[in-house]
Structure formats: C-alpha cells, structure tokens
Design a protein around this ligand. Structure first.
Ligand code: FES
Length: 74
C-alpha cells in the first residue's frame, strides 16, 4: 500500500479501543440489558462496546454500510 493508504490497507479495524490489550473482548450480563442495547460493529464509537451513532459518519466517509447489532427482549 502507499503510505497514505497504509492504515486502511493494514486489515485493522480498531484504531483506538483498548489498544494495549492483545484482544478486545467484552462480557455483558444479559440481565443488565433493559429492553434493548445496541453494540458497535464499526469500531468508531466513543462509548465502546455500545453504538453511539459514529457508524453514520464512517459510512458517509468510506461508502461502507456497517451498523450495530441490537439485542432486545421480546
Ligand atoms: Fe459503531 Fe454504531 S457506532 S456501529
């Protein structure tokens, strides 16, 4: 990759979240979820592991189409 594109060509999606950890893993007790919770899949949120809407700007800037996974109670 050219240097200007290296970040996007590296295959990495995590730019900022807990970079000191070998692997970012989150455990959420389902009892702690009220009616629903939206979890980030774009890695751009400022409220990891929850979606804060940052995927909208990411999609606009890149042409991507990512969004959260929403867990909800029936
Ligand atoms: Fe990442 Fe919404 S902010 S999926």
């Amino acid at each position: 990759c050219p240097a200007a594109q290296r970040k996007s060509c590296s295959g990495r999606c995590n730019d900022n979240i807990r970079k000191h950890e070998a692997k970012v893993v989150d455990m959420i007790d389902i009892e702690n979820i009220a009616d629903k919770a939206a979890f980030c899949r774009c890695w751009k949120t400022k409220n990891w592991p929850y979606c804060d809407g940052s995927h909208g700007e990411h999609n606009k800037n890149t042409g991507d189409n990512v969004g959260p996974v929403v867990i909800k109670r029936k």
